[in-house]
Design a protein around this ligand. Structure first.
Ligand SMILES: Nc1ncnc2c1ncn2[C@@H]1O[C@H](COP(=O)(O)OP(=O)(O)O)[C@@H](O)[C@H]1O
Ligand SMILES: [Mg+2]
Length: 357
């Protein structure tokens, strides 16, 4: 439904040229919810704006629903209003001088997507129903809470029934609790209407929970594309491992097949084939894959440590454990009885290590 090929975008600024996109390739299938995830400045918004037709790429192609809408090579550039898209931004960009219904009906009464007058009310009603704002039609936009304004922006983006929905950090202005509620709702809504969605966020939890497909970006490039579970359980490189979820990192040196010497001692771990003895590597392991035992305990894959801090989270507890001069984060069930100052054995399961060269 959306095809992005070799997309490049440069910005000329007073300080020099910024390569915002350095050759992006991405396919979003029909009905798919695809999330662009990455740190601030990595090129997420620029990618979205190129798809929307708000930014003219220097190189590459964009296709929407099988139609070429942007190609520097072929000299094609379809303007925004002729692309079949709905957009939602972080700043809701709803009109303060209009009421809810006027805001939502705006794209139906102006411009390319106008519909016959007698259909407007029905479409507005349906769109407001989707975001559960029925009954607020006559409310001035300024009398709405942040969450309600965001819903109006969503209804307005969807009222024309666009082929694709583009959303740029739409939840980041909401408080934490509302953000989580809206996250669940947003997924339900886009599912129920089957709209193809390209969604931008810098929040990895949001990306993992929303995406059918997550696309991790850094410095104008895509580093990994995959199902959220794939990205979380097999980060393709050190950057993705650092950016998505929590991970402990230690450095070491390969000393044999499946074996690395590290400050924690000799560790068994899945060293990639072709990685020679003597090679420096970084090992990563997630806090939830480490477990603690009270000593003494005979376990070949364990090291002794001491609990430095404990952060109780209700359903879980995050402990910082010092072992051989390193601090490791360990995630335990909330009811575990380990306390600060105690000695503990940290079990390091060999198959849970990620090895980066
Ligand atoms: N209009 C612009 N003029 C100059 N530089 C820009 C412009 N828009 C974006 N950039 C730069 O391009 C890079 C990518 O920006 P952006 O796509 O907004 O990142 P993100 O949305 O991931 O935070 C950044 O270095 C940013 O400063
Ligand atoms: Mg942005």
């Amino acid at each position: 439904m959306i095809r992005i090929k070799e997309l490049r975008k440069l910005f000329k600024t007073r300080y020099g040229t910024v390569a915002a996109l350095q050759g992006i390739d991405l396919d979003v299938n029909e009905g798919e919810f695809c999330v662009l995830l990455g740190p601030s400045g990595c090129g997420k918004t620029t990618t979205l704006r190129c798809v929307a037709g708000l930014e003219k790429p220097d190189k590459g192609e964009v296709e929407i629903g099988g139609t070429l809408v942007s190609s520097s090579e072929a000299g094609v550039y379809v303007p925004t209003e002729k692309r079949d898209i709905g957009m939602v931004f972080q700043s809701y960009a709803i009109w303060p001088h209009m009421n809810v219904s006027q805001n939502v009906s705006f794209p139906l009464t102006q411009g390319q997507r106008r519909v016959p007058k007698n259909l407007v009310a029905k479409k507005v009603r349906e769109a407001l129903g989707l975001v559960q704002l029925n009954g607020l039609e006559d409310r001035p936009a300024t009398d709405l809470s942040g969450g309600q304004q965001q819903r109006v922006a969503m209804a307005r983006a969807m009222v024309t029934e666009p082929k694709i929905l583009l959303m740029d950090e739409p939840l980041s202005n909401l408080d934490a609790r509302l953000r989580e509620q809206m996250r669940i709702e947003l997924k339900k809504i886009t599912r129920s209407i089957g709209v193809t969605t390209l969604y931008v966020t810098h929040d990895q939890a949001e990306a993992l929970s929303l995406g059918d497909k997550v696309c991790v970006m850094n410095e104008g490039e895509i580093l990994q594309i995959g199902h959220p579970h794939e990205v979380y359980s097999h980060p393709a490189n050190l950057f993705v491992a650092q950016f998505v979820g929590e991970m402990n990192f230690i450095t070491g040196k390969v000393t044999g097949t499946g074996q690395v010497d590290s400050p924690l001692g000799r560790l068994r771990c899945p060293v990639p084939p072709g990685c020679q003895t003597g090679k420096q590597v970084t090992l990563g392991i997630r806090p939830e894959h480490l477990t603690l035992f009270h000593p003494p305990n005979q376990n070949a894959e364990a090291v002794e440590g001491r609990i430095i801090t404990k952060n109780y989270l209700g359903d879980a507890a995050l402990l910082e454990v010092e072992a051989k001069g390193l601090n490791l984060m360990v995630k335990l069930p909330g009811d575990s009885d380990f306390t600060v100052g105690q000695q503990a054995l940290i079990v390091l399961p060999p198959d849970r290590w990620h090895v980066y060269t």
